[in-house]
Design a binder for this molecule. Structure first.
Ligand SMILES: [Zn+2]
Length: 133
């Protein structure tokens, strides 16, 4: 007598189930632990694979490598010191100094904040950056 592949008990009425994609022949009691196994009809398997569409990553952006100069110039134009801009943005002036010297790279949240406060664009399309190289 065949035994259940899950609990090992002898099986009177064998049931085919799938558990995580693996087919088991099990007893009635274990059958409820998996999905009923229905071999797909051949016609359904012949389905041609959908052509992989290449989606152009048009909105891929990167931090402008010129960000230290952009931040500095925009801040100067507004006549703000690091401290004043830092106060407006509720950020540390020391951080702004580091960004302007290029020692530190602002993360996206900070960069977006700078864009808003200074009215500048710090993100450029990655494509454009490659072209200008
Ligand atoms: Zn069983």
């Amino acid at each position: 007598m065949p035994s259940c592949e899950l609990c090992g008990k002898p099986v009177l009425e064998k049931k085919m189930i799938t558990v995580d994609g693996t087919v088991f022949s099990v007893c009635l009691g274990c059958a409820k632990h998996g999905k009923p196994y229905n071999p797909a009809p051949l016609s359904a398997r012949k389905k041609a694979p959908a052509p992989a569409k290449k989606i152009a990553m048009r909105d891929e952006t990167m931090l402008d490598p010129e960000f230290p100069r952009l931040i500095r110039e925009a801040r100067m134009k507004k006549g703000l010191s690091h401290e004043q801009l830092g106060m407006q943005m509720n950020e540390k002036a020391a951080l702004l100094r580091r960004f302007e010297t290029g020692v530190l790279k602002p993360d996206e949240i900070f960069a977006r904040k700078l864009e808003r406060h200074l009215g500048i664009k710090l993100y450029i399309a990655a494509d454009d950056a490659k072209k200008s190289e």
